[in-house]
Design a protein around this ligand. Structure first.
Ligand SMILES: Nc1ncnc2c1ncn2[C@@H]1O[C@H](COP(=O)(O)OP(=O)(O)OP(=O)(O)O)[C@@H](O)[C@H]1O
Ligand SMILES: [Mg+2]
Length: 399
């Protein structure tokens, strides 16, 4: 880069070139010089962060001291390769601003994400609080299993998306992260949890001091509560089991438990135990996209993990019904196609009045399913999708 060039930018293929952004100014002055700025809810940050609406897509731009951005960009790319939930890196740049040299990280804005602050500030969102704690614990478990030490887990550094009534957490700030070739070692995992605990309690104390925190939220045991959830999940996923040689079916049972938690299986380690002819096995998980992968493979529908689990359950139910009706097993791929054409797509057409630009069709569909169960429970028989959709629309109309 010559001193007169304002920006030296590296972008992943398929991105706009961002050449007409006011790179010669530090980010803190873009409000005066940039026509693309967009106001979106955000967490607290040390570095300047701005959001731009560029050709209809929203991007986050973070300005940092020189060279830090490239490191964070590379970490985010590695996480994407490992299929971990994190914001998507778009590019990084070095800028020659009037205030000196800077580096800049560009990421895709994670749409439909909920800012944590509103979850702790509004009573109607209280039911999400537990989900939020589970989601952070689940995210940390996924990162550690994949060898990612975070070093700065906090509420502001995490984004939340609705996932079939629960929440899916995404990592947004990877500046302090470190990659390890294997599972993060225990002392570092412990340290990461300590940082999380301190940060989360600090985030909440900040809300409390600003009197934004709702009554009844404990200020100092939220971080500890995430730790307990983390430890329970970690134990569930990593434990070794001792079996008799004729109990190999227990391996299959264990795989099913882990799949139901969303984890795909990498390998099964089986070895002789210390006592007699006993065997010891451990199921090693790969990533937490089990149902998402199945659903997208069978139908092309993209969804979060819990949403996909609900939909896959529905597809399996349909398979059982069809197999029974025709007195022969129907292949899952055929059932999935039928589900897509005759159930999912017509349901989305039925609720199209609710589908705005920023709405999540998969989440709305899961709400319809929940409503169908509620109505069916009351009626003591399956009311079907159509009735559930009509009643759901009436209910929304009245609110
Ligand atoms: N891609 C994105 N999508 C949605 N929101 C984003 C994105 N990138 C950043 N944000 C928002 O901007 C805030 C600040 O970003 P970030 O945490 O990366 O900055 P930071 O200065 O490194 O933070 P820290 O003070 O923790 O070091 C985040 O809390 C998040 O709310
Ligand atoms: Mg941050």
């Amino acid at each position: 880069m010559t001193p007169s060039t304002p920006v030296d930018i590296f972008l992943r293929p398929g991105q706009p070139d961002f050449q007409d952004l006011p790179w010669e100014y530090p980010l803190s002055e873009w409000s005066l010089h940039c026509q693309y700025l967009e106001d979106v809810p955000r967490g607290l940050s040390r570095h300047p962060v701005e959001f731009i609406n560029y050709l209809g897509t929203i991007y986050a731009i973070k300005e940092m001291p020189s060279d830090l951005a490239e490191n964070e960009f590379n970490l985010l790319l590695s996480m994407e390769e490992m299929r971990l939930p994190a914001v998507t890196a778009v590019g990084h740049a070095v800028t020659n601003t009037m205030a000196g040299k800077r580096s800049v990280l560009i990421t895709r804005f994670l749409d439909r994400s909920l800012p944590y602050r509103s979850l702790f500030m509004s009573r109607s969102l209280l039911r999400y609080r537990d989900h939020l704690l589970d989601a952070i614990a689940g995210l940390m478990v996924q990162l550690h299993l994949a060898g990612v030490y975070w070093g700065d887990c906090s509420l502001s550094n995490t984004l939340f998306r609705r996932d079939a009534g629960a929440l899916q957490a995404y990592l947004v700030d990877a500046e302090t992260a470190e990659l390890h070739p294997e599972i993060v070692p225990p002392t570092m995992r412990f340290h990461d949890l300590q940082i999380m605990e301190e940060n989360v309690d600090g985030d909440l104390a900040g809300l409390g001091a600003a009197t934004l925190l709702m009554d009844g939220i404990p200020l100092d045991d939220t971080g500890a509560s995430i730790c307990i959830r983390y430890q329970n999940l970690w134990e569930e996923i990593t434990r070794q089991i001792i079996i008799n040689p004729n109990e190999k079916y227990r391996i299959q049972e264990r795989i099913q438990v882990l799949n139901s938690l969303g984890f795909s299986i990498g390998e099964v380690l089986l070895e002789s135990g210390e006592v007699g002819d006993k065997l010891r096995f451990q199921v090693v998980v790969a990533d937490r996209n089990f149902h998402r992968d199945q659903l997208v493979g069978l139908t092309g529908v993209e969804a979060e993990e819990m949403q996909a689990r609900l939909m896959m359950n529905e597809i399996h139910e349909l398979k059982a019904t069809l197999s029974q009706a025709h007195n022969r097993s129907t292949p899952l791929s055929l059932v999935a196609f039928k589900w897509l054409q005759e159930i999912y797509l017509p349901a989305l057409a039925g609720i199209r009045s609710l589908l705005k630009d920023d709405s999540d069709p998969a989440e709305l569909y899961c709400q319809i399913l929940e409503h169908k169960w509620y109505l069916s429970e009351k009626a003591q028989h399956d009311v079907g999708h159509q009735i559930a959709i009509e009643d759901f629309l009436r209910m929304i109309d009245q609110t």
